[in-house]
Design a protein around this ligand. Sequence first.
Ligand SMILES: Nc1ncnc2c1ncn2[C@@H]1O[C@H](COP(=O)(O)OP(=O)(O)OP(=O)(O)O)[C@@H](O)[C@H]1O
Length: 480
Amino acid sequence: MASTACRNGIVQKGNSKSSSFKSRPHPSPSLGSAIRRSSSASYAGNDGVPGRVRVAVRLRPRNAEETVADADFADCVELQTELKRLKLRKNNWDSDTYEFDEVFTESASQKRVYEVVAKPVVESVLDGYNGTVMAYGQTGTGKTFTLGRLGDEDTSSRGIMVRSMEDILADVSLESDSVSVSYLQLYMETIQDLLDPANDNISIVEDPKTGDVSLPGATLVQIRDQQSFTELLRWGEAHRVAANTKLNTESSRSHAILMIHVKRSVVGREEDLSSEINHASHLIKPSKPLVRKSKLVVVDLAGSERIHKSGSEGHMLEEAKSINLSLSALGKCINALAENSAHVPLRDSKLTRLLRDSFGGTARTSLIVTIGPSPRHRGETASTILFGQRAMKVENMLKIKEEFDYKSLSRRLEIQLDKLIVENERQQKAFDDEVERIHLEAQNRISEVERNFADALEKEKLKCQMEYMESVKKLEERCC
Ligand SMILES: Nc1ncnc2c1ncn2[C@@H]1O[C@H](COP(=O)(O)OP(=O)(O)OP(=O)(O)O)[C@@H](O)[C@H]1O
């Protein structure tokens, strides 16, 4: 029986008796635990929500070459899906056991992988948090298969990128929200725009105050429907493949980074705004307009094989070194974060500068580590597993980024002002009409009074004339 060792405090090796397995606490039931809240509930200020990096492992089925070459050998791994454990065989009688947030066998569907690994991240992006989904593993183990499959011929094979956008577009309102995308590759420490390949030296800008990372030089395409997004991915992927073909390699030598920016309008509470608009008008009390900006970063890392194994020389060696440099810088950062070290060497490579928010930052992060079954690649598989194990120890502090939307407030105040002007004009017209009506009525009354007076005068005049005539007549009679 093999001796017992402990890795990262959660792994036992030997004959893998369950009784000796130290289980890691599961703070939540699924990978990328749900923090999805209603929009109103998520208006909670800027308090961070703690969230550990979630890690799943996915085993690729044997390929044609392995089916022949490894015919007489057992796979180097065995998965215990119920227990979310993976056993890595050292030899016929000895194995190491590792526990993950989820383990996917070779028959796991793309839909299930998406729902467990990426959907919770997409949901928190829709709630205003940043999110990262990343695939790490040796060349040919299924990173691109998991993330980048378009599913043209078989829709069930759609990968995480396509499914994420489907869920995002189904949730946002294109009238008030916006979704835009950039697609990049990081190759030999230079960032190239996969949507505009001539643009091949994009710089990373870090906000010293917030630590936010942005790539202002990258093409940003507004997405309004799923089809245009799929076309964009196809276009970007073609450039990535072309670059690899030029280098005479079928495997991806670059890290591909898809960034989906989501900008949503949210309405805050009315009283919060009162002080800001008091001067505007006591009549206008619009609710507080806010924009919530978040981004989903999907990272398809280059193959993680070691230099000696890739047998590289010349340019290929330099390239392998560069891939190694960025992946080992990422590994070092993860180690430092896992050990709560005071110094995290984020600046050691462009990859770690780009992903500074994804590990130990304010984003919700899911990592999928892909492995192959071949015992010939046991060493690579072991190092991939250890990478995943360490990443599981990294704690992020998720934060919502809300900004006061001055543009939207000004738009809304303009609309309200227009309404007030129209109302004022309506009231002025009603007033003028009323004055006109009263004036007419008064004139009619005066005319009527004048008429009545003239009638009465005429009557009085006639009466006087009659009386006069009567008096004259009486006088004449007396005189005669
Ligand atoms: N889960 C899976 N089920 C069936 N086929 C798979 C699976 N994962 C990978 N494959 C197949 O294995 C091959 C290699 O996969 P893929 O290109 O995704 O690997 P990769 O890790 O992205 O490699 P690289 O690092 O070289 O880009 C492809 O032909 C892919 O279709």
